[in-house]
Ligand binder design. Structure first.
Ligand SMILES: [Zn+2]
Ligand SMILES: [Zn+2]
Ligand SMILES: [Zn+2]
Length: 273
């Protein structure tokens, strides 16, 4: 079985329900930022509180998370999620990987290892940083049970009911993986989207795209750059993520956005098909 937009035959298309929940939509410091008294960090609007960027995707019987940052535990508890079948990592920056140890309750509950899919460079770094988890030589009760699965960015891969197309983007000189699943694409920590990847992001129902703030940044799209990309790609709906407190209040920024572009917020679930 395949996700929407993946054809089995010309006459029979099986559409499995596909949905994404934004577990976190904040940049690396999260919002509120420790010690910050700006209007966003002081805001009473729950949409102005942003955990570190991550997403949960369910398609058919399969559930995955994209990135496992420092807020993973809180995110699972907030969304009452107690199982995922795989973790996909976009890149090795700490706000995307440092919650890896908190996979343990899922190991214990379901008695299985967790596959961690990532670019070979990211896997090498994960093995260095989380050597005790990945190296079978380290055995102790309660260690995270994980195994790494390298992603070749040139090839699609399948996790249960979820068919994934890797999409390479540039994050200030670092290759980062975005992912396309049917008519949904998730792209975070991009500054530039190469032409070949732009082609992979056409005809989308939903694009989740990073936009850090209004002011220029060397390795993240600004709000204006994200809007321009969206205008070029024409997804039906675009949700922005990886947002800094410098972006401004959710309510104020939302008011000025084009009708098909929205600021994401923590806990938002989007049904794709
Ligand atoms: Zn990041
Ligand atoms: Zn602030
Ligand atoms: Zn990053």
């Amino acid at each position: 079985m395949v996700c929407p937009a993946e054809k089995i035959t010309a006459s029979a298309i099986v559409s499995l329900p596909l949905e994404i929940t934004l577990l976190g939509t904040g940049t690396s410091q999260g919002i509120p930022v420790i010690g910050c008294h700006c209007p966003v960090c002081q805001s009473g609007d729950p949409k102005d509180r942003r955990l570190r960027t991550s997403a949960f995707i369910r398609c058919g019987d399969t559930a995955i998370v994209i990135d496992i940052g420092p807020d993973f535990r809180q995110q699972m508890l907030a969304q009452e999620i107690d199982d995922v079948h795989a973790v996909l990592i976009t890149h090795e920056h700490n706000d995307h990987v440092s919650g890896l140890d908190d996979i343990r309750p899922i190991n214990f509950l379901h008695q299985r290892d967790m596959p961690v899919y990532a670019h070979p460079r990211t896997i090498q770094e994960l093995h260095r940083r989380f050597f005790y988890a990945f190296d079978p030589a380290y055995q102790y009760p309660g260690k995270p049970r994980v195994h790494s699965v390298p992603i070749d960015p040139q090839y699609d891969f399948q996790i249960g009911d979820i068919h994934v197309k890797p999409v390479l983007v540039d994050h200030g000189g670092m290759d980062v993986l975005g992912f396309r699943i049917g008519t949904l694409a998730y792209v975070t920590d991009a500054k530039v989207i190469p032409d070949a990847s732009m082609d992979q992001l056409k005809n989308l129902d939903v694009l989740v795209l990073n936009a850090l703030r209004k002011r220029k940044h060397d390795s993240h799209l600004t709000l204006v750059e994200a809007i321009e990309l969206c205008e070029a790609l024409q997804p039906k709906q675009c949700y922005l993520t990886h947002i800094s407190h410098d972006m401004g209040l959710h309510q104020d920024v939302s008011r000025d956005l084009p009708p098909n572009i929205h600021l994401g917020y923590d806990g938002l679930t989007i049904k794709v098909a």
